[in-house]
Design a protein around this ligand. Structure first.
Ligand code: NAD
Ligand code: DAU
Length: 336
């Protein structure tokens, strides 16, 4: 199988490329990535010499570049490419609409024209919005509440419309909050771990009682692989970890793993505007198809903390680059 992966230099995409090359000796992977602030070629240093791997630096909104990456054909496209950080979508939403909606459209057109056999859109539980009680299954109404979530929902609706209108062989996965190695340190877990390694406080939005369902990146990648190989065209599959935790619980756990006193490091800061209080996924559909998460949360979190401790050479250059201006603006006052 020849797979075009978009956004393969980001967090989940790079873990997916590595895992697929390791698992399937007969697969080749073309990675198309724009290398935004979140894309880092170093995430895939270890596969660069593999003859089954090719990298194109390009934008998914650029139809010609997408056609060049497809070359004489691919069997499947897996679309990870997106603007992904909710806080950035609140301050600068435009790039989200462009990549997450228009970019998805450009890829769908390529799939349609080239008659590619599979298109898998990597989406998110955030499209369901705040889930007050119970859990959202795939038929749950879409009610996105941030520009990021709305742009992802817009992409999903384009994907489903192509199925109805053109019969395009599409599938969607909606994953929950993912953690593990190579995650850009703007997101909760790597931000807090790297702050604590540097003996800095951690900014908890509002009361910290918001709930997220945590999923290890390897489990997320295996879920996507499972849908790619066994899913039914036109269907949506939730991919959740089954580890609902409040942000304060996560924070306390990270402090314990890093041996820090909570009273000294936790800072409650202004809440995120429109902050979704709770996400919870019903994953019966994907469980029935044969996928289950395998990484125990406590172990996965401890291993992730250990990875960041052991890979300062990966995250220090990131935190001293573009990140510095973003961090100052986002967390003004935190260090006063
Ligand atoms: P990320 O921000 O770490 O990586 C995104 C990648 O996409 C980067 O390499 C970036 O350079 C690339 N990219 C951005 N715009 C592009 C464009 N116009 N053309 C080509 N490449 C572009 O993101 P991630 O956390 O790895 O998320 C990957 C996908 O999974 C996204 O679609 C996201 O919505 C979805 N998702 C993420 C999570 C999570 O918790 N991280 C959970 C569920 C779903
Ligand atoms: O649910 C899936 C989504 O998970 C993905 O679609 C997104 O791409 C990904 O970024 C993530 O979105 P969240 O907004 O849930 O992740 P983030 O790590 O930004 O925040 C997790 C929770 O922690 C959220 O309730 C906000 C809170 N938080 C986050 C940051 C960065 C804080 O309290 N303080 C912070 O500094």
């Amino acid at each position: 199988m020849k797979v075009l992966v978009t956004g393969g230099c980001g967090f989940i995409g790079s873990n997916f490329v590595r895992l697929m090359l390791r698992t399937h000796s007969d697969w080749s992977v073309v990675n198309l990535d724009k290398l935004t602030y979140a894309g880092n070629p170093a995430n895939l240093n270890d596969v660069e010499g593999d003859p089954r791997y090719r990298f194109y630096r390009a934008d998914i909104c650029d139809a010609q570049a997408v056609a060049a990456a497809i070359g004489d054909g691919v069997d499947a496209i897996v679309n990870f490419a997106a603007e992904t950080h909710v806080d950035r979508s609140i301050s600068e939403p435009e790039a989200f609409l462009r990549t997450d909606i228009l970019g998805t459209h450009v890829l769908l057109e390529a799939v349609r024209e080239r008659r590619i056999q599979r298109f898998l859109q990597v989406s998110t539980d955030e499209v369901y919005g705040h889930v007050a009680e119970g859990s959202s299954d795939e038929a749950f109404p879409l009610a996105p509440r941030s520009p990021y979530a709305a742009s992802k929902a817009g992409g999903d609706l384009q994907v489903l419309a192509y199925r109805v209108t053109y019969g395009t062989p599409v599938m969607i996965t909606r994953g929950s909050n993912t953690y593990g190695p190579y995650q850009y340190p703007e997101k909760l877990i790597p931000l807090f771990v790297t702050n604590l390694i540097d003996d800095q406080p951690v900014p908890v939005y509002g009361d910290g009682m918001q709930v997220r369902d945590w999923l290890h990146v390897d489990d997320h990648c295996r879920g996507i692989e499972h849908v790619l190989l066994h899913g039914t065209p036109g269907e949506v599959y939730n991919v959740g970890g089954g580890n609902g935790r409040t942000n304060l619980e996560i924070t306390q756990r990270l402090l314990a793993l890093l041996g820090k006193d909570p009273a000294r490091y936790i800072r409650h800061v202004d809440d995120r505007p429109g902050h979704d209080r709770r996400y919870a996924l019903d994953c019966v559909k994907l469980h029935t198809l044969g996928w289950r998460p395998t990484v125990a949360f406590e172990e996965g979190l401890a291993a992730t903390v250990a990875w960041y401790r052991e890979h300062e050479s990966w995250w220090r250059p990131i935190r001293s680059g573009e990140f510095t201006a973003y961090y100052r603006a986002q967390y003004a006052g935190l260090h006063e």
